[in-house]
Design a protein around this ligand. Structure first.
Ligand code: AMP
Length: 288
């Protein structure tokens, strides 16, 4: 495995692969790998013959009061894990290379970026869409893989790709959870033992909502009410947002007809965690 930190070098390599007829797959990440990231790499390995994982903690998607500085980083460990997964290139550009002096171009996916995390984190998806488009230009992938853990992000990238006619397949992969249900996240490392226990309330509440829907409840408000009851009972928690939305448009759903997504963000101590689930529970999930 090669570690490439220079953007021009990455793009030259990708263009050479393209000329050779290679199929390139990209997994964009911010590093500090866990099994969720590794599952995307495993799937990526099966989709092409050159697998690039980008590792870039993107300043443009963090707000001024957010955790950019303290975001966990461990390049040596990440490189060893990526190597084990058969990654060809770990692309680690610097902020100075991605946003050099004078940088002023941003892309915005308007409607999909407004609700949910977009409402709590103004400018977040503008930063995400911009960096992903730049990564696409640098890595020239035929396919790019994203986790459903960041469900709104996946929808924003699908829209960006369709709207800008990018010839790239966007693949979504299911959420990987700890054995007790907590969705894996690099930010879980911020949690104290008590907060780690409290963080279980997210997946527990989602499961409760799935059960209620499976029992025939169609009212969006009733389903949200259940979650609103479960989470605040747990110490250290505060709901940031909670919404039942259409799985593609992300518009609020009042009455269940077919599948919807229940998405939530919860503060656990000083850590903001997100999770989501299909309502009712999808019969099976695979990468699509
Ligand atoms: P991040 O490094 O947090 O920006 O995540 C990089 C990619 O991994 C994104 O597409 C995330 O949605 C995905 N990801 C993060 N956590 C998980 C998880 N628990 N299960 C599946 N995918 C995940």
């Amino acid at each position: 495995m090669e570690i490439v930190s220079n953007s021009k070098e990455m793009q030259d390599l990708a263009l050479r692969w393209r000329e050779e007829g290679r199929k390139i797959v990209l997994v964009p990440t911010m590093g500090f790998f866990h099994q969720g990231h590794l599952s995307l790499m495993e799937h990526g390995r099966t989709l092409g013959d050159r697998l690039v994982v980008s590792l870039f903690v993107n300043p443009a998607q963090f707000g001024p009061t957010e955790d950019l500085q303290r975001y966990p980083r461990d390049l040596d460990r990440d490189a060893a894990l990526a190597r084990e997964k058969g990654v060809d290139v770990l692309f680690t550009p610097t902020p100075e290379q991605m946003y050099p002096e004078g940088y002023q171009t941003y892309v915005e996916v308007e409607k999909l970026s407004q609700g949910l995390c977009g409402a709590s984190r103004p400018g977040h998806f503008r930063g995400v869409a911009t960096v992903v488009l730049k990564l696409f230009n640098l890595v020239q992938p035929h396919a790019a893989i994203f986790g459903e853990k960041d469900y709104q992000q996946l929808m924003v990238i699908r829209r960006l790709t369709a709207d800008l006619n990018l010839p790239i397949g966007i693949v979504g992969c299911p959420i990987v959870r700890e054995p007790d249900g907590l969705a894996m996240s690099s930010r879980n490392t911020y949690l104290s033992p008590e907060e780690r226990a409290a963080a279980l309330s997210l997946s527990y509440a989602l499961k409760g909502a799935q059960k209620l829907a499976a029992a025939g409840e169609k009212s969006g408000e009733k389903i949200l009410e259940l979650v609103r009851k479960i989470i605040p009972r747990v110490p250290h928690t505060r709901i940031d947002y909670l919404a039942l939305v259409h799985p593609e448009t992300l518009e609020e759903v009042e009455t269940l007809q077919g599948e919807a997504r229940l998405a939530l963000a919860v503060w656990v101590g000083d850590t903001r965690l997100i999770d989501n689930a299909s309502i009712p529970e999808a019969r099976y999930t695979c990468c699509v």
